[in-house]
Design a protein around this ligand. Structure first.
Ligand code: GLU
Length: 471
């Protein structure tokens, strides 16, 4: 079948933005100001590797500076281009506004296939890219704070943080120049799992509202729901693991770029991940049937589809064959504007990217605060909290003459450490933001989907901020 032409990722994001903003009574000049990307910096730099000079092209795009620093990941992929980083930077603006992370939106990318390079080569390339960005304040604790994205992780963030620190030896806050760092390099507990954990909290919150579950043609709780996950990278892996290990979901299909796994009884996600780490592809995995990468597993019958890989995977060419009544966009922009329209008409409920994958930037916010305050969360309070709980329990046992159960005592006496506080803050954020979206979805007659609702909530916040401070 011939592939249908679609607008670019940035155009697709703009179409969805325009659909939403038409419902708001904002001055056209302000709308334009919010929509456009403020600046995109392109850099080409050479690194001497394997006896040759290799030239790399990278970008850092700043969409909106209504709040600073601006925030957003750095992606390593061959497909990186200006259009893509601009679309992703715009999504960061709306995402941060929606979950009240006090940042503007930004995004970066480097055209590179990280699999082609050895670790020491990647380090040199990353440090050089970081140098180019840092010298223009496109990496800076109070101006622009990158984070991991597709193809990057805590290793790259540690190199970036170190590169910035070497260039700014007197900056006491230098660690706050990037988030998603390893714990030993100023990171925070729970950042690696954060986006996947956020997807789990988002689905849990969705299923707390029977009216919303019914709108998707589903019923009951997450328990027993059949899930398809596209992409078992950091986000897809954690989301699939948590949903199957703690919420009773059955992951019946996993799609990777080089093969798919199907198992109606539920795939053991940890086993599959270990297999992928050891062998690089699903081939030979015994916990399900293996299919080629182009098998139509995305179109399989299931309850929930979790696209967790890249933009545009659900598009005009496959949208009408997608059968899942509920899609949660763990990736950025996995559903094109055209596909979004087709799916909405079919009655499919889409939990939009700017909300669904906001767990990453939410915990990045906590990490940035931790770096600026130079102290780990919970360090001052934990033992004092435990002590007060101990006092209460001892007194209760004396007054009642009864012993409380050991299990209760253990749970009650345990003061929260950093990971528990991070999860608590993340859950609160995901629950609150969902409630803001659904209020608009249900209260406004002209809003028929969660994406439009999400845009309305966040555009209003960005507009308020511009109004308050002037342009
Ligand atoms: N790259 C992630 C995203 O798209 C995280 C961004 C961040 O933590 O700043 O949301």
């Amino acid at each position: 079948m011939p592939r249908q032409a679609e607008p670019s990722f940035r155009e697709s994001t703009n179409i969805m933005f325009n659909n939403a903003v038409d419902l708001l009574d904002l001055p056209p000049g302000l709308v334009e100001k919010i929509r456009v990307c403020n600046a995109t910096y392109t850099v080409r730099f050479g690194v001497r590797l394997r006896g040759d000079i290799h030239t790399f092209t990278g970008y850092r795009s700043v969409h909106s500076e209504h709040m600073e620093p601006v925030k957003g990941g750095i992606r390593y992929a061959m497909s990186v281009n200006q259009d893509e980083v601009e679309a992703l930077a715009a999504l960061m603006t709306y995402k941060c506004a929606l979950v009240e992370a006090p940042f503007g939106g930004s995004k970066g990318g480097l055209c590179i296939d990280p699999r082609e390079w050895e670790e020491d080569e990647l380090e040199r390339i990353t440090r050089r890219f970081a140098y180019e960005l840092a010298k223009r304040d496109l990496i800076h604790p109070s101006q622009n704070v990158p984070a991991p994205d597709m193809g990057t992780g805590e290793r790259e963030m540690a190199w970036i943080a170190d590169q910035y620190a070497r260039m700014n030896t007197t900056d006491i806050n230098s660690r706050a120049c990037v988030t998603g760092k390893p714990i030993s390099g100023g990171g925070i507990q729970g950042r690696t799992e954060a986006t996947g954990r956020g997807v789990q909290y988002a689905l849990q919150e969705f299923f707390r509202h029977p009216e919303d579950v019914k709108a998707a043609g589903l019923s009951g709780t997450l328990d027993g729901k059949r899930v398809i996950v596209q992409g078992l990278g950091n986000v897809g892996y954690h989301a699939a693991k948590f949903l199957s290990e703690t919420d009773g979901c059955k992951v019946v299909g996993v799609l990777e770029y080089n093969g798919c796994v199907v198992n109606e009884d539920g795939i053991d996600i940890e086993a599959l991940k270990q297999h992928l780490i050891a062998h690089g592809s699903p081939d030979g995995f015994a916990g399900g049937t293996i299919h080629p990468a182009d098998a139509p597993i995305l179109e399989m019958d299931a309850d929930i589809l979790v696209p967790a890989a890249m933009e545009g995977v659900i598009n005009l060419n496959n949208a009408d064959r997608i059968k899942t009544p509920l899609i949660i966009e763990a990736a950025n922009g996995p559903v094109t504007s055209g596909a979004d329209e087709i799916l909405r008409k079919k009655g499919c409920v889409i939990i939009p990217d700017m909300y669904a994958n906001a767990g990453g930037v939410t915990v990045s916010y906590f990490e940035w605060v931790k770096n600026l305050s130079h102290i780990r969360f919970g360090r001052m309070q934990r033992r004092q909290e435990e002590e007060r709980h101990r006092l209460l329990i001892d007194e209760l046992e004396v007054v009642t003459g009864q012993k409380l159960s050991d299990t209760f005592k253990q749970r009650y006496l345990h003061g929260a450490g950093e990971l528990e506080l991070v999860r608590s803050g993340l859950e609160d954020t995901m629950r609150g933001a969902y409630q803001d979206m659904r209020k608009v979805w249900h209260e406004r007659d002209d809003v028929h989907d969660l994406r439009t609702a999400a845009y309305l909530v966040s555009i209003n916040k960005v507009a308020d901020s511009y109004r308050a401070k002037g342009l």
